[in-house]
Design a protein around this ligand. Structure first.
Ligand SMILES: CC(=O)SCCNC(=O)CCNC(=O)[C@H](O)C(C)(C)COP(=O)(O)OP(=O)(O)OC[C@H]1O[C@@H](n2cnc3c(N)ncnc32)[C@H](O)[C@@H]1OP(=O)(O)O
Length: 203
């Protein structure tokens, strides 16, 4: 399999694949100055990497907007998931293609996780949550039961979200925020209790 994007985030995914015992042939990155990452070769184009139709991919780019652009650019390739063996994922939940689940993550019963999502180290997704495509749930985030997170939103490191909350699309929840009421699309929310400080540009 191959990864697209050779960054710090990519290094973590390399180690998830190693922990799963999978073979990573290399990475692709647009920056021609990057030629290796950890022990892996970095290529600049799909042609250079000699990609064949059966190769599986993960987009290893932390930016939600760029991950979405690259996913559209790569439409037609086969995406896979990377789930760390130390994650606890309910057999009654679903995890979309291209999604990475890092060490010590918990995903509880009847939660649904979209495509190209990042569930970062030690986050907790409780029962009946819906996490849409291109979301990033940062390390140590806690989503209570029945929380919805819209496309492209990032929940910042250490934030907590109370039960039954709806968070819109392309929202940024700041580090350590405590979300006690619904959040509209594109809002940037910080603090405890979370308050809107500005709005993101629509994609
Ligand atoms: C493995 C990994 O590394 S995963 C990555 C994890 N990283 C994160 O989760 C980062 C989360 N990002 C943040 O919290 C950012 O501060 C953001 C996105 C909320 C805001 O960033 P910016 O848009 O650059 O805002 P800026 O830094 O100018 O701050 C604006 C105001 O909000 C305040 N503010 C910013 N972040 C926070 C926060 N997390 N909590 C409380 N207040 C905050 C600032 O103090 C500032 O207040 P002031 O106007 O009174 O001075």
């Amino acid at each position: 399999m191959l990864m697209y994007g050779a960054s710090g985030h990519a290094k973590v995914i390399c180690e998830i694949l190693e922990a799963q015992g999978r073979t990573l042939y290399g990475l692709i990155d647009d920056n021609p100055q990057v030629t290796s990452l950890l022990d892996y070769s970095v290529y600049n184009t799909l042609q250079q990497a000699e990609v064949v139709p059966d190769d599986e991919f993960i987009i290893s780019i932390g930016s939600n907007r760029i991950r979405k652009i690259v996913a559209h650019k790569l439409s037609g390739v086969k995406f896979t998931t990377a789930i760390h063996p130390a994650a606890v994922v309910s057999p009654r939940c679903s995890i979309g293609q291209g999604t990475v689940v890092m060490a010590n993550v918990t995903v509880n019963v009847h939660s649904h996780i979209g495509n190209h999502v990042i569930l970062n180290t030690n986050c907790s997704i409780d029962h009946d949550c819906l996490v849409e495509d291109y979301v990033h749930i940062s390390p140590n985030v806690a989503l209570s039961g029945n929380v919805q997170v819209g496309e492209g939103t990032q929940i910042g490191i250490g934030a907590s979200v109370m039960q039954n909350i709806r968070i819109g699309k392309w929202v940024m929840v700041g580090a350590g925020a405590v979300i006690i009421r619904d959040v509209p699309d594109y809002a940037v929310v910080v603090g405890n209790p979370g308050r809107i400080i500005k709005m993101n540009e629509p994609a």
